[in-house]
Design a protein around this ligand. Structure first.
Ligand code: CP
Length: 310
């Protein structure tokens, strides 16, 4: 198969294993491109992409923008705080006005789960979800799997642990779908109040003791407390959270084995992970960021190839 099964990237939930393998193979090629002296290809010279960020972002926004530039696409960058959304314009009206300027593809980050899905039904463009509320963050999960494979090879039967605020995390859900498609075993660990009740129905194990969970895993993906999505208190104090769920060198030293350490960023150093661990040789945090550009080039290229007549 050299074509994706979907017309939009709304979530990992809608992809199959062939889609994942095709994206990873295409990303391998683009990774070579971005490591050459001339880091660009002319593939999408005739494609225009709008990046619509209704929520803050550093990595995802810049990574998409760079991926689009490396593919030679034309780009429009939209930030809701400086737009007519502030005057009450709806999402659909905003996007339809942007599309009237002959835009082919929309990358959207939005705080409302389902916003990219709504757009895919209502507007005439290819939609890529760059994170919708606490729902999905598909390109993050793709770059995470790609980075793990680069480190330890096939994910089949590997034990992957996701630690922290699972309840408010779009990264967790997309990772669970992607990892399970590739045959990995997935566990989550965190305070009971931050573990969704439905999680075991997804085939995910729950372990509340971080030391036990670390002994089990090959890879630990540490998540940030998503304070911006919390309207109440989910644990007694940050000090207590750090004591029970923070990844420290002392905890890792007790394992008598090496594990791969990941974090999607942004990091709260000294809370879910210490600086010593985040910057250690076992950490692949910056590899994740580097791989994000190749993964996003692959996703954009494959969707454009499928949907847009050149
Ligand atoms: N990992 C991630 O989505 O980071 P940003 O919020 O900075 O895009």
């Amino acid at each position: 198969m050299n074509s994706l099964s979907v017309n939009h990237l709304l979530g990992i939930k809608y992809l199959n294993l062939n889609d994942l393998e095709l994206i990873f193979k295409t990303a391998d090629n683009f990774k070579q491109v971005i490591n050459r002296p001339i880091k660009k290809v002319p593939s999408l010279r005739d494609v225009t992409i709008a990046n619509l960020f209704f929520e803050n972002s550093t990595r995802t926004k810049l990574s998409f923008e760079l991926a689009e530039k490396r593919l030679s696409a034309d780009i429009l960058n939209f930030s809701s705080s400086q737009s007519s959304v502030k005057k009450g314009e709806s999402l659909i009206d905003t996007v339809n006005n942007i599309l009237a300027m002959k835009v082919d593809m929309v990358v959207i980050r939005h705080s409302n789960p389902g916003a990219p899905h709504l757009l895919s039904n209502e507007v005439d463009a290819t939609i890529i979800n760059a994170g919708d509320g606490a729902h999905e963050h598909p390109t993050q999960a793709l770059l995470d799997s790609y980075s793990i494979r680069q480190e330890i090879g096939s994910l089949k039967n590997k034990n992957i642990l996701i630690v922290g605020d699972i309840l408010h995390s779009r990264v967790a859900l997309s990772n669970i779908f992607a990892l399970q498609l590739q045959g990995a075993n997935v566990s989550v660990c965190g305070p009971n109040t931050l573990i969704p009740k439905y999680i075991e129905e997804l085939g995910v194990k729950v372990e509340s003791n971080l030391d036990k969970a670390l002994k089990w895993c090959d890879v630990a993906n540490m998540l940030r407390l998503q304070n911006e999505r919390m309207s109440e208190s989910f644990f007694p104090s940050v000090r207590e959270y750090r004591k029970y769920y923070g990844l420290t060198k002392e905890r890792l030293n007790k394992l008598n084995k090496e594990i791969v350490i990941m974090h999607p960023g942004p990091i709260n150093r000294g809370v879910e992970i210490t600086s010593e661990v985040a910057d250690s040789k076992n950490s692949i945090i910056l590899d994740q960021v580097e791989n994000g550009v190749a993964i996003r080039m692959a996703v954009i290229y494959l969707l454009a190839k499928k949907n847009i007549n050149h």
